[in-house]
Write a protein that binds this ligand. Structure first.
Ligand SMILES: NC(=O)c1ccc[n+]([C@@H]2O[C@H](COP(=O)([O-])OP(=O)(O)OC[C@H]3O[C@@H](n4cnc5c(N)ncnc54)[C@H](OP(=O)(O)O)[C@@H]3O)[C@@H](O)[C@H]2O)c1
Length: 256
């Protein structure tokens, strides 16, 4: 793993940030994106390079414009020698999800389309750019999409996100089937509720947190590191025959 490079979207906080630190601790260079938190991204680059002896760079990127992945990867080419792992992690919130985050009868095409763009289109465009480079390098690679158990169990107001997570998991299986011949493995990590800002933005956050603790066989809500470690495993050779899968990391909540 040492000396390889991870590209990941949305790593200024939550699961993305935990993932960047996990990979950096293992000696992997990191190219990550930010949207609104430029200062945090700059501080992270400094901290990662000073404390982990790896190369780190941060780039502005908006997943609502997934075609701009093309330019983003051209910039990454200038800074890094290879692209070995790609993780599609960033997710939109706030105004962009109006009409997408809510009860079924309040859903609107615009909000739903934004979530599709940020979830499925972003995974497709980012993975295409990453896979192109992996094919050229000839050493295979690993791609992971973040997903959520909100496509398996009911979560209030989550219909827009849940259905798009189901769609991205299906897209993962298609990508895996067609990229396998190049030694590129593609998987999803589907998390139960994880204690991040995205969850705190839920109107019923306290209720979701309490319910998760109650439902979990392990009596706690998930932490960003729980998903970061799963993403890391799927990128290692220990997972060399794992592809086209969804790895559910939910503290046992989905079965209850
Ligand atoms: N939290 C959960 O319960 C949970 C459970 C399962 C799966 N997931 C999935 O895990 C992933 C990460 O979630 P999280 O909870 O870690 O989220 P988070 O803490 O809210 O972080 C979201 C990240 O996405 C970036 N972002 C926001 N809007 C963006 C945009 N328009 N373009 C590009 N980047 C944008 C943010 O960057 P800035 O800070 O720079 O704006 C931030 O780095 C998502 O795909 C989510 O669906 C979350």
């Amino acid at each position: 793993m040492n000396g390889k490079t991870l590209v990941i979207s949305g790593a200024t906080k939550g699961i993305g940030k935990a993932t960047v630190y996990k990979f950096a601790k293992e000696g992997i260079n990191v190219a990550f994106t930010y949207n609104s938190n430029e200062e945090i991204a700059k501080d992270m680059v400094k901290d990662l390079e000073e404390n982990y002896g790896i190369k780190a760079r941060a780039y502005p990127f908006n997943i609502l414009e997934p075609e701009t992945y093309k330019e983003l990867f051209l910039k990454i080419d200038e800074d890094f020698e290879t692209v070995d792992f790609f993780i599609s992690n960033a997710m939109i919130y706030g105004r962009a999800v109006v009409g997408g985050y809510g009860k079924f009868m309040r859903l609107k095409p615009r909000g739903l389309n934004n979530i599709y763009t940020a979830t499925v289109n972003a995974f497709v465009c980012g993975s295409q750019q990453a896979a192109k480079r992996m094919q050229k390098q000839g050493n295979g690679g690993a791609i992971v999409s973040l997903s959520s158990t909100g496509n398996l169990v009911y979560i209030e107001n989550y219909a827009g996100h849940g259905t798009n997570k189901a769609a991205v998991e299906a897209m993962v299986r298609y990508a895996a089937t067609e990229l396998g011949e190049f030694g590129i493995r593609v998987n999803a990590v589907s998390g139960g509720p994880i204690d991040t800002d995205a969850l705190k933005a839920f109107t019923n956050y306290e209720e979701v947190k309490a319910k998760t603790e109650e439902l979990s066989a392990l009596n706690r809500i998930g932490q960003p590191e729980d998903l970061a470690n799963a993403c890391y495993y799927l990128c290692t050779n220990d997972a060399s025959w794992v592809t086209a899968q969804t790895f559910v990391v939910d503290g046992g909540t989905t079965f209850r």
